[in-house]
Design a protein around this ligand. Structure first.
Ligand code: PEP
Length: 254
């Protein structure tokens, strides 16, 4: 099986009716993408409904489910938060941590992201750790320094190539239709892998996803790039047909 992971982030979108409809659409097309791993991170409210819908359509083993965030603690007085253990309890096997919308909207820094990623590993989830520079940082020539700082500060202790995935998501490319040049993506992924090598053994096998305005129309070019082991997809993951078209564009990669 190739190591390529195509992950969808539904963000704060979707009701139970959407979970049922998307599961039906995924079931119709998933046989066409046997060469990649698929994961969808719906809102917490849909983790269980989506899981049930995938089971009912016989594709729960083909489409993993993830949370979009988790608290660092197992439980306690943290109104509105969800723990990694709760995501596991609902049938999740991944969790995204450190998404730029969490870093910006909720003031999460690298230490918080690292604590959340460690909570994910404690619960048995795969942590998808997001890093990425802002537009000002890119313009200032700081991209590689920012990525190195975020990777070394956010990766959990105990990270391995099986329990941790990194997503490179330039903040300015998320939801904007903009993407970095292909050279810039290759350079960023190489820099991330070099930093991660200090913390993860066998780093050649670490999955580093690209995220930021991935669509069916640009997926083949982006996913063929050196060091790109899949994609984290926001807007285009909301329609199963687009999500599957992105997956279909991915080369198999071991
Ligand atoms: C994201 O939010 O993780 C993302 C990559 O969004 P989009 O694909 O919409 O740019």
């Amino acid at each position: 099986m190739s190591k390529v992971l195509i992950a969808g982030n539904w963000k704060m979108n979707g009701l139970t009716s959407d979970a049922a409809r998307e599961a039906t659409a995924l079931a119709a097309g998933v046989a066409g993408v046997p060469h990649v791993h698929l994961m969808i991170a719906p809102p917490t409210s849909l983790i269980h409904p989506l899981r049930i819908n995938l089971f009912e359509r016989g594709i729960a083993d083909r489409v993993a489910i993830g949370g979009q965030d988790c608290h660092a603690n197992v439980n306690g007085a943290h109104t509105g938060d969800v723990s990694a253990e709760m995501i596991v309890d609902l049938g999740g096997s991944y969790v995204i941590v450190g998404h730029s919308e969490r870093r910006t909207d909720h003031g999460e820094g690298d230490a918080t992201v690292k604590a959340k990623a460690e909570a994910a590993l404690r619960a048995g989830l795969v942590a998808v750790v997001c890093v990425g520079e802002t537009e000002a940082e890119r313009r200032g020539g700081e991209t590689l320094d920012v990525l190195a700082r975020q990777v070394s500060g956010s990766l959990p202790d105990g990270a391995t190539v099986t329990n941790t995935v990194i997503a490179y998501e330039p903040v300015w490319a998320i939801g904007t239709g903009l993407t970095p040049s292909t050279d810039d993506i290759v350079e960023a992924h190489a820099g991330i892998r070099e930093t991660a090598a200090g913390q993860i053994d066998d780093v050649a096998n670490l999955r580093i996803l690209y995220g930021g305005s991935v669509k069916p129309g640009n997926a083949a070019e982006l996913l063929a790039l050196d060091g790109v082991d899949g994609a984290l997809v926001g807007g285009a993951s909301l329609k199963a047909a687009d999500f599957l078209a992105i997956a279909a564009a991915a080369p198999a990669r071991n």
